[in-house]
Write a protein that binds this ligand. Structure first.
Ligand SMILES: Nc1ncnc2c1ncn2[C@@H]1O[C@H](COP(=O)(O)OP(=O)(O)OP(=O)(O)O)[C@@H](O)[C@H]1O
Length: 628
């Protein structure tokens, strides 16, 4: 690259960061720059440089650089780019926090004990003021007091706490996610010994996406840096405009100590010119930071399509893809695999791909959410990992695979069961009959419900059932009808997961195959929030508050078709952040993912007003907006 090619105006930033990381004179820095400015790339470049210059010394001292990322996917990506070198400890904040505290059982115990005693005291005080102990809040509060008291009593039995950064942590000796962050922040901020240990093990800590990193931990790291500045450097990477989670530290970067280095980046290396202009304009009212495109970038295409909410969305989105293909002369727009569609909530993908029936009830249960989205929900495995391949093999008349799947998964083929059966031939012929009965559910063009399938499996014992399905299947006919006619107001609430499964089991089996497709082709859809740090050539941003049903963001308010609430007005008057501010930042994140062309589809009850406002903001020209 020549020195004056116009694209390398920010090259000095990598050099500035490398200088900060010199262990002989460590400095802390704050690299905050817009989308696509190459922050992640600078992070990797500085670390690669560090490895060459100081890596051996770190290995000898058994020291590491900690790199904290926002997601596991980002951690994997950076590990790979750093060629899995052992001097880098790359992980999410939760894994890193646990790495720091896990051996301090007694200190953790004392922290948890103090916190539980305080919580119980507060709850009991609130309960004593309750006017009606039978209302939902009081009942929930009583339940919380009971659970916390039980946990307090059990603390004495804990010999070692357990924690899974990616899991649910329901065990008696488990810590939950916010406890691990709270404990780590508390230890780092207040325990001199912990500060010594962290600075000695990790003389450099770099935090990617620091605008969204838990504020208590960021504050603790600031304290650590202040106390250990001779031997420790803290590097923060991020972009205040991309703060979209409530637990990040607002105004991060204001009033930094004067000895911090503040490199500045002007370029956006990712997007075409028109897209950069759009994100500069969205950003304008916030901090006026303007980026410049790379010289060789094309103009690119941005379009805002506005449709009535009542419209057929799948058809609308297909039309948009065709229009974008014509506008950009890019056939990839009509290959759905080559377009990234950004939805607000996962259920919008479930509607579009046709597995809403299974998805929606299960997604409502907090403890099932994460595993449902990442495909690890074990209860679903019976359908997804056993029945689905079985039926696919059956439909293609692949008898060999059918038999193999049955043999691998059915307990009826257990050696012991076969040996113990009095008439082995009969046993095998029975299995054959059970398989025939199961497969008959798909006769003709039939698409059985999950409940029908479960019923046959329960009766024949062909496959082992997860306990949830055993409970549901073992209800007698009488219990079943009582259950269906339950007046839930009068009864003890059922376990919410059982209720959710009762609904999900009504779904047709074809939904399992669509859900599986969604997991395998996770590439087609992603959420506005989930794509932070990523980039795609062609992006569709779908906007529909009603379908999203969220409460954190409101595109209707951003586009002026819904008035700000009283709280928004109060927050604005007091100089606090409003829902509109949050939504603007989310919109910035979503739009800035596009490299070549970008379509935004806004569903609204008032398309004309969306158009007028979008033009008034100066975000789109008249010719770039189409009401369809
Ligand atoms: N100096 C550079 N020269 C060429 N390409 C670059 C340069 N810096 C970054 N890029 C490319 O620009 C794109 C965006 O870079 P990167 O993902 O590092 O940006 P970012 O600042 O982390 O973005 P975001 O905040 O949106 O996540 C990537 O494709 C990257 O390879």
């Amino acid at each position: 690259m020549s020195l004056n090619d116009g694209n390398n105006v920010d090259d000095n930033v990598d050099f500035q960061i490398s200088e900060c990381l010199n262990p002989k004179s460590p400095k802390s820095f704050f690299l905050f720059a817009g989308a696509g400015s190459g922050k992640t790339r600078s992070l990797v470049a500085a670390l690669t440089d560090f490895k060459t210059n100081h890596g051996n010394k770190f290995i000898l001292n058994n020291q590491k650089i900690a790199i904290i990322t926002y997601t596991n996917a980002a951690a994997d990506e950076i590990k790979q780019r750093l060629m899995f070198d052992q001097i880098f400890y790359v992980s999410t904040i939760h894994s890193y926090a646990w790495e720091l505290i896990q051996l301090f059982t007694l200190d953790i115990k004392s922290y948890v004990q103090t916190k539980l005693i305080e919580d119980i005291k507060d709850l009991e005080l609130a309960q004593s003021k309750s006017r009606n102990l039978q209302n939902k809040t009081s009942i929930d509060r009583a339940r919380k007091i009971k659970t916390k008291t039980k946990r307090l009593e059990n603390l004495i039995n804990v010999t070692r706490f357990t924690y899974n950064p990616n899991g649910d942590n329901f065990k008696k000796d488990s810590l939950n996610h916010s406890e691990v962050i709270g404990i780590t922040a508390d230890f780092i901020a207040n325990e001199i010994l912990m500060q010594d240990i962290v600075a000695a093990r990790f003389p450099i800590i770099l935090v990617d996406e620091s605008q969204d990193t838990k504020k208590e931990l960021i504050d603790a790291l600031f304290t650590l840096q202040k106390n250990k500045k001779e031997v420790f450097s803290l590097g923060l990477f991020g972009d205040t405009m991309q703060r979209i989670y409530a637990d990040g530290k607002p105004n991060l970067g204001e009033s930094l100590p004067p000895d911090w280095v503040l490199p500045v980046k002007k370029m956006n290396h990712r997007s075409n010119k028109r897209i950069i202009k759009l994100i500069n304009d969205i950003r304008q009212d916030v901090d006026e930071q303007k980026q410049q495109p790379r010289k060789e970038k094309s103009e690119g295409v941005v379009r805002l399509f506005i449709a009535d909410r009542a419209t057929d969305k799948v058809a609308t989105e297909k039309t948009v893809a065709e229009k974008m293909s014509a506008l950009t002369e890019d056939k990839n727009w009509i290959e759905s695999d080559n377009v990234k569609t950004l939805i607000l909530e996962h259920h919008m993908a479930a509607i579009r791909m046709g597995f809403f029936g299974i998805f929606q009830p299960l997604y409502k249960v907090d403890r099932l959410k994460t595993s449902l989205i990442d495909g690890s929900l074990s209860t679903l495995n019976l359908f997804k990992n056993t029945i689905l391949p079985l039926i696919e093999a059956h439909k293609t008349n692949d008898k060999f695979s059918v038999m193999r799947i049955i043999k691998t998964n059915s307990t009826l083929f257990d050696k012991k069961i076969i040996e113990n059966s009095k008439d082995q031939l009969k046993h095998l012929s029975n299995i054959n009959g059970y398989v025939t009965k199961l497969l008959a559910l798909w006769d003709g063009e039939n698409d059985p419900s999950l409940k029908d399938i479960l019923h046959v499996i329960y009766e024949t014992k062909l496959f082992p059932l997860p306990s949830m399905f055993k409970v549901i299947s073992s209800r007698t006919k009488d219990e079943q009808s009582t259950f269906e006619n339950l007046d839930t107001e009068d009864e003890e609430p059922n376990d919410e997961a059982i209720e959710a499964w009762d609904l999900a089991l009504e779904a047709k089996f074809s939904e399992v195959s669509k859900y599986n497709e969604y997991l395998n082709e996770g590439s087609k859809f992603a959420t506005h929030q989930g794509v932070k740090g990523l980039e795609f050539p062609r992006v569709v941003v779908i906007i529909d508050d009603e379908e999203a049903k969220g409460f954190m963001f409101s595109y209707d308010k951003l586009f002026g078709t819904k008035d700000p609430s009283a709280t928004d007005k109060k927050n604005e008057a007091e100089g606090n952040e409003t829902g509109i501010d949050r939504t603007r930042r989310l919109f910035y994140v979503a739009c800035s993912r596009a490299e070549e062309s970008l379509a935004i589809i806004a569903y609204s009850d008032n398309p004309d007003l969306v158009k007028t406002n979008a033009m008034t903001y100066g975000w789109f020209a008249d010719s770039e907006i189409e009401i369809i």
